[in-house]
Design a protein around this ligand. Sequence first.
Ligand code: F6R
Length: 608
Amino acid sequence: MCGILCYLGKRQALPILLEGLRKLEYRGYDSSGLALAENGEIFCQKAVGKIQALENSLAGVQWKGSTGIAHTRWATHGKPSEANAHPHTDCREKIFVIHNGIIENFQSLKKTLLERGHQFRSETDSEVLAHLIEEHYQGDLAEAVRDALGLVEGTYGIGVLSAENPQEIVVARKGSPLILGIGEGEIFAASDVSALVSHTKEVIYLQDDDVAVIHPGGYELSNLNSDSILRQTQKVDWDVAAAEKQGFSHFMLKEIYEQPEAVENAMRGRLIEEEGISKLGGLNGVQDEFLEMERLIIISMGTSYYAALLGRYIIETCTDIAVEVDLASEFRYRKLNMKEGTTVLAISQSGETADTLAAVQEAKRKGALVLGLVNVVGSSIARETDAGVYNHAGPEIGVASTKAFISQLTILYLMTLALARHQRMSLSEGQAFIAGLKLIPDKIRRILESASKIEAIAGRYHGYKNFFYLGRKFNYPIALEGALKLKEISYIHAEGYAAGEMKHGPIALIDENFPSVCLAPRDSAYEKMVSNIQEVKARNGPVLAIGTEGDTELQKICDDFIEVPATDEILQPLLMVVPLQLLAYYIARENGCEIDQPRNLAKSVTVE
Ligand code: F6R
């Protein structure tokens, strides 16, 4: 979604802002813009499309100022256009505002402002902020920003620059991430660490209602009531290289290849083999409540939701805990009784997904213990939950989630082990579980070695317009995830189904132009999967099966076969998902799609 970067320091702001905008590209955007201050004047430029378009429009611009704000916009109110791109400005073109989030009461605010004679240039909700600040401006920019924000309902991360206060930038947040980066004689503010980590690793995660005034001497933090506040500086543990492609043609491919390490990193230091248990340090403070829970509700969206679905299967298989799974966006519509013994687990790679954050807040209101499984350290969901576990997957830049998913699954296995050992799993079963898990990274490496075979299969399948992905039991959520991967990066219609559901309707669609990707490892659902494959074949549907290494019987009944190493059936999803990610990747590449930034999608969905 939209990205923000502000810079105030001694260096020329323009190249720093452009480089930073490129780092934010992965979040998804459709236009961009920036404003630079120099000698009491402000230069503003916007462009529709890629950052390159903005850069082209700046050819020959000699603006040397060392203060500026920049933005990538993902359209919500109003189509992608220069007028709708940020920064937005007031009537006098003195105040420039960049905004992430949504101003929910913008219609009524705009109506009042229009009645007071303000002239609007865009269709956006964000523009009201510039006019509201103008209304309240009496020489003190921060004061005017606070007054304006006091009238606003909704979410925001903002950066404000004024021609009348060219030596400062005012930033503020509520419900939309904003991070201050503290460099040597320079300060950054960004919606995402990736935009500033190449300059500084000292950061402050702003919290809701925080306002920061950035000036040449440093920064001042206060709340909306002007009370000074202190926030701790933290060190980002990202390696800059982690946010670069390192020779891979796309971030997505690099991240698929990083999955063996993602599994290792998620397990590191969390397994005690002698005792056959896992220890999740982030849950220390709530250990008893966690282990004694009777009911677990897992909330999340998209790929993280499919991780949750698998979580239900594995926790219910190994424990007596009743597990429910809900799309976070639907959770609020349920009238749930969070009686004692209910734990809610929110899964989110970004930790900023608005639907999941709102569901976390609702669960907390109802008194549940709320845990997080989050990749981005310091993110809103990580902060708002009572306790939680970090994935340690490193930055995931490709919009389509891959390594974060596999590390979410890994942590769900670790949680399952902790809960199961507390209940009925024996020591030897716990040790066998750990032994199986520890072999997974090398088995993923073996699948990655067969990537060229999957690439060749993609060459045969990329022309189809529709796909089914079928699986059962532990691999049903993986079928859903495989279908999502294909549709989001290749724009091919793909539906994931529980294979048993096929003959209740969807099978009507099968013909020689409608292939099915069938997940059929040698597990307890194997025979039934084989029957489902036969049903598809009987209707001339092409079948690409993903099965266990050496399964020649399966190979004989399908058109194409991708083999994965055998493992315990409960762990099999960690292997099954990898060929599906590669298949989606190679089909999308074959079709010339923009893999890392698919159309209409955003990495972190900060609007509901
Ligand atoms: C798909 C994908 C999305 C996210 C979803 C939730 O590849 O990445 O479906 O999984 O938007 O995002 P997080 O996990 O950040 O809450």
